[in-house]
Design a protein around this ligand. Sequence first.
Ligand code: FPP
Length: 254
Amino acid sequence: MTNSQRGTVTQPLLALPGDLDPQRLPQHVAVIMDGNGRWARQRHLPRVVGHQQGVETLKELLRCCRDWGIAHLTCYAFSTENWGRPGLEVEFLLTLFERVLRQELQDLMREQVRIEFVGQLHALPQGLQTQISEAVALTRHHQRVWLTVATNYGGRQEIVRACQALAQQVQKGELTPEEIDETRFAQQLYTSSSPDPDLLIRTSGEMRLSNFLLWQIAYAELYVTETLWPDFDRGSFHQALIAFQQRHRRFGRL
Ligand code: FPP
């Protein structure tokens, strides 16, 4: 399904910088929030302080999307590979997610943010799963900005899961192998109800996708900045959008 076929949200544009063309904004921005640990190390602080500051950056980016009329923001909060970090850091991160969700729920409601989580959520601590279910249920009718948080997410795992679902349909005789096409495949992904990202931002300079939205970013514009995630502010996002608007998106055509 193309972005134009999927439902989009019409929003008022507040304070969009004059050098950005409101007609050519990305509809969906995805972010790999990298560099929290380095930000903390530079300040001789524990790594977890970088993650705490990273939450503030995410909140500001969400406000920016709301103000500038960008309907979808997807962030990579915890990858399936992140379990390999030291136990204390993993525990801190998962506890942080739960606390932030609890503390921010009222603001999410007030700001008309719809929050959704993608990934293997059943493997998360029970308290976090409960908080996720509550936040998702309470915000599901909001239309202003749609925040998707990839948590215990891996792009390859998502693709394998989609293959398994389609194979089961074939096994039950509901589908023939020939009927499997890109649209049917995409319908089995966690992200089936949102448009594909137009812009993928990665902070802290690494030129990697790190198993994030592998199917969905097929035609996304990639923007990598040396800025560490906790320092990625409104001005940095503005620069990313200027770069995006300077790209000529061809989708494989001439
Ligand atoms: C990568 O930096 C960052 C993470 C693994 C965690 C990002 C999570 C947040 C900002 C919190 C989001 C919260 C909610 C509720 C959505 P890093 O640790 O890899 O930094 P480094 O590369 O400098 O070591």
